[in-house]
Design a binder for this molecule. Structure first.
Ligand code: AMP
Ligand code: MG
Length: 343
């Protein structure tokens, strides 16, 4: 049976719709809902059978743990064995928001939720729909991104339906998600803390707040502690070709790449910043990512544009690389993975 779609006002969700969705969660079902980052696929985090359904619906490998979402920082106490001081500081400064903290797990968090690890990832999202749903359900909600495993993350309810329409019970449609890339995942069980995945909270912000943090090497395929980063990710069906060039050569490099792909008879789409849109040879399907100097705008459009170009039936998507500063780091992480795994 196809999932039911319930429209909700993202700023002030109707309590009736939220109650209906909460009932599904409490009964062990799956509800997709908007967060400020991307749409999540939620289940009762403490119900192992319900969480198992998330893995089945997504086709997600069992050793890739889920983020547990709470509606209040106090709810984290029951999920963790010991809460580091740094966690308290970051929760006070960055929550609600796109920062996930990996901390030692309490035994009551089912192993399936944490992918068999002795740690658990926790986050308080900054989205009225997500917070209302968690509160109404009365339980923490485990929610990975609501896409088929390996596909670009969903930033609209339509993306969710396209990937998972037949596999889930209900989608709360609160419009496009405001941040557009997933949360930053910070492991607080290492010293210094380590960023396992760059995301919606800039690494620069974390360093200002807590001092040194380590980063995964740019483009690194694997970090054993971040199981999810090991798998095929963010990949449209078309091949993604990332163009990295010095600032004054970007336009030329994008145009050259497009022509080279045309020479091989391929149908080509292009994602470029406003700054270089004029350099794209006419005839290519183009999406403008936003101003090169504003990676937060690029982040909001990234996944939707990858999906749109993919639906246009192209063979290759040429994408302009942006600077790895602020949200640009998260954008480039997703693009590198998309480029590495496409094909
Ligand atoms: P998603 O919810 O699909 O955006 O993915 C969640 C990300 O957080 C994945 O990369 C997971 O591997 C990572 N993650 C979740 N829980 C843990 C944990 N306990 N330790 C390390 N990484 C985690
Ligand atoms: Mg995901």
């Amino acid at each position: 049976m196809p999932a039911r779609l319930l429209p909700v006002d993202p700023a002030a969700p109707d309590p009736g719709a939220i109650a209906e969705a909460a009932e599904v969660v409490v009964a062990g079902g799956l509800v997709a809902f908007p967060t400020e980052t991307v749409y999540g696929l939620g289940a009762d985090a403490l119900n192992a059978a319900a969480v198992q359904r998330i893995f089945a619906a997504k086709g997600r490998p069992a050793d890739n743990p889920l983020i547990v979402h709470v509606a209040d920082p106090a709810e984290v106490e029951a999920l963790t064995a010991a809460l580091p001081e740094t966690a308290r500081l970051l929760m006070a400064r960055c929550w609600p928001g796109p920062l996930t903290l990996v901390v030692p797990a309490a035994p009551q968090v089912p192993l399936v939720t944490r992918g068999g690890l002795d740690t658990v990832a926790v986050r308080m999202p900054a989205h009225p729909v997500a917070l209302a749903l968690i509160r109404a359900a009365g339980c923490p909600i485990a929610a990975p991104s609501a896409n088929r495993s390996g596909r670009p993350s969903p930033t609209t309810a339509r993306h969710v339906l396209a990937d998972l329409g037949d596999a889930i019970d209900l989608v709360l449609d609160g419009g496009p998600t405001p941040v557009g890339v997933e949360s930053t995942v910070l492991d607080l069980t290492t010293s210094p803390p380590s960023v396992l995945r760059p995301g919606g909270v800039a690494v620069e912000t974390l360093r200002d707040l807590i001092g040194p943090v380590t980063l995964p090497p740019a483009g690194a395929p694997v970090l054993a502690r971040a199981p999810g980063t090991r798998y095929r990710h963010y990949a449209p069906r078309a091949r993604v070709v990332l163009v990295e060039a010095p600032p004054d050569r970007v336009g030329e490099a994008v145009a050259g790449t497009v022509r080279a792909l045309w020479d091989r008879g391929l149908r080509v789409g292009v994602m470029v910043t406003e700054d270089h849109a004029a350099a794209v040879p006419s005839g290519a399907v183009v999406r403008v990512m936003g101003p090169r100097t504003d990676p937060a705008v690029v982040a909001t459009r990234l996944f939707a544009q990858l999906r749109e170009l993919d639906e246009a039936g192209l063979d290759a998507i040429v994408v302009e690389a942006i600077d790895e500063r602020g949200l640009g780091r998260a954008v480039m992480d997703r693009l590198r993975r998309a480029a590495a795994s496409a094909g």
